[in-house]
Design a protein around this ligand. Structure first.
Ligand SMILES: Nc1ncnc2c1ncn2[C@@H]1O[C@H](COP(=O)(O)OP(=O)(O)OP(=O)(O)O)[C@@H](O)[C@H]1O
Length: 464
């Protein structure tokens, strides 16, 4: 059975029946769409005109300040204090919209640009609902596609819950996790942040080594990534986790900077009266990133162009994306040879090496970090000034996430994408795909008001 169907078949909400059956008609109205703009999140009139009764059409009004969360929803003073202590003076557009929706226990599918504060947008309402530590086992579960991102989210959970006493956990090793979080443990933990694979390992054990039946909130961050199927996809794992969260009171929230039709489809059919929040245009690059495309001719042209950029003066920290582990290793050797303060991160490095590299980069000991797609999503390095796409991204979605490592939290950033003759010619076989990506990326840039070589916009859009 297709896992997408498995995911839907596992639901306990009535709307899901439509998937397993034939009609596929979502219950009425399944999705509320709230258009929002990054610069002015309050979609205003449409929302305010809605009845204030709790019907299917009811959507809680957005908030314009964090104080309003206390006056309207009785947010804990300590949680509010932690929000301000984190330096969050006022909510970002996605926070204005998503926090009241989740506090109202509405299921949500949210899309907002990279670096726009989605993490706090789901962590704040979850902490509000958990209220206080209890020894009931995990009551909230947050899934992320990479360990680095899961740890980063964990940090935010701990930072915002400081002084409240929540036990926020991460699955370091599946073997020790069984003892710590298994059925025989004291169940003295509240919130789990993890990648799907380790959790699935525990769940698939007979009997399961972790119990998710008390989970009230399941958050899927980078939802379009976690819904990907196939060898590298997480969809199978998501289905297992989804079915293990068996509480009748469960609410689900899906967040990403990019939109995927299958996620939307699943939300409409499966979630209970889901609210869909979209801040800004769908699948658009963060507007604070100045994007440049640089034609470098061929492979050796990339090295020359990179040296040229460095010679002209780059302001660290800088992230360089390449397409594979081998490419990362290769470029790293060259940089080291050139005496540049650089390190590399890819899936072949041990977790300890990866953690140390991230720490050194954050502390400013490393100026240039070469990485693969592993670091493309969600990672929030403060103050990245420049992202270089040394290898052309393989999808427009990947491009949006990669360049979104800069231009975050109100700061401006710059992204330079190298492309070669090979990337724009030979529209045969797999090259046809590349051509499509060049075309889509050129359009993303054009929509963001950046300079694009005119011929790129004239590239014939290949058929898929
Ligand atoms: N209300 C706020 N005021 C100021 N800064 C904020 C606020 N909320 C979040 N931030 C900061 O914005 C940065 C980006 O937040 P976050 O990592 O949650 O973005 P994101 O939308 O999840 O991005 P991505 O799509 O790349 O994962 C973080 O450094 C965070 O501390």
């Amino acid at each position: 059975m297709d896992v997408f169907r498995k995911l839907c078949a596992g639901t306990r909400k009535p709307a899901a029946c439509a998937v397993a059956g034939t009609a596929s008609q979502p219950s009425e109205p399944a999705v509320q769409h709230i258009p929002g703009r990054p610069e002015n999140a309050i979609a205003g009139s449409t929302r305010r005109k809605r009845k204030r009764t709790k019907t299917a059409a009811y959507i809680p009004d957005p908030v314009t300040s964090f104080d309003q969360l206390q006056s309207t929803y009785n947010l804990q003073p300590r949680l509010l204090a932690n929000i301000y202590k984190a330096g969050f003076d006022s909510p970002t557009p996605i926070q204005m919209q998503a926090i009241p929706v989740m506090i109202d226990r509405r299921e949500i599918m949210a899309q907002a640009p990279t670096g726009s504060g989605k993490t706090a947008a789901f962590v704040i309402p979850i902490l509000h609902h958990l209220r206080e530590p209890r020894n009931l086992g995990f009551r909230a579960l947050i899934l992320a596609p990479t360990r680095e991102l899961a740890k980063q989210i964990l940090q935010v959970c701990r930072q915002l819950s400081e002084g409240i006493g929540f036990r926020c956990r991460y699955i370091e090793k599946a073997t020790t996790a069984a003892n710590k979080f298994g059925p025989k443990s004291k169940q003295n933990f509240d919130l789990l942040v993890t990648t799907p694979n380790r959790l699935v390992f525990l769940l698939k054990h007979d009997p399961p080594l972790i119990n998710l039946s008390r989970v009230e909130w399941l958050v899927v961050d980078e939802s379009d990534k976690l819904f990907e199927s196939g060898f590298m996809g997480f969809r199978d794992q998501l289905a297992v986790i989804y079915n293990a969260c068996s509480s009748n009171n469960i609410c689900r929230a899906l967040f990403s900077a990019t939109f995927a039709h299958d996620v939307e489809e699943w939300c409409k059919l499966t979630l209970d009266n889901v609210v869909q929040v979209t801040v800004g245009a769908r699948n658009a690059a963060a507007h604070l990133v100045k994007q440049e495309l640089l034609f470098v001719g061929n492979e050796s042209g990339k090295r020359l162009a990179l040296r040229d950029l460095i010679r002209k003066g780059i302001e660290p920290p800088v992230l360089i994306f390449v397409q594979s582990k081998d490419r990362a290793k290769e470029l790293f050797s060259e940089f080291i040879y050139d005496g540049i303060n650089v390190d590399v991160i890819h899936a072949d490095r041990t977790q300890l090496q990866r953690d140390n590299t991230v720490r050194s980069f954050v502390e400013g000991k490393i100026w240039v970090l070469i990485c693969t797609e592993l670091m493309g999503r969600g990672i929030d390095f403060k103050g990245i000034n420049l992202v270089i796409n040394y290898d052309f991204p393989t999808t427009a979605v990947s491009y949006i996430h990669r360049i979104g490592r800069t231009g975050r939290a109100g700061r401006t950033g710059r992204a330079v994408t190298f492309f070669t003759e090979d990337d724009v010619t030979h529209p045969q076989n797999y090259k046809e795909k590349t051509l499509l990506f060049v075309y889509s990326i050129a359009n993303i840039m054009r929509e963001a008001g950046c300079d694009v070589p005119p011929y790129m916009l004239k590239l014939k859009k290949p058929t898929r």
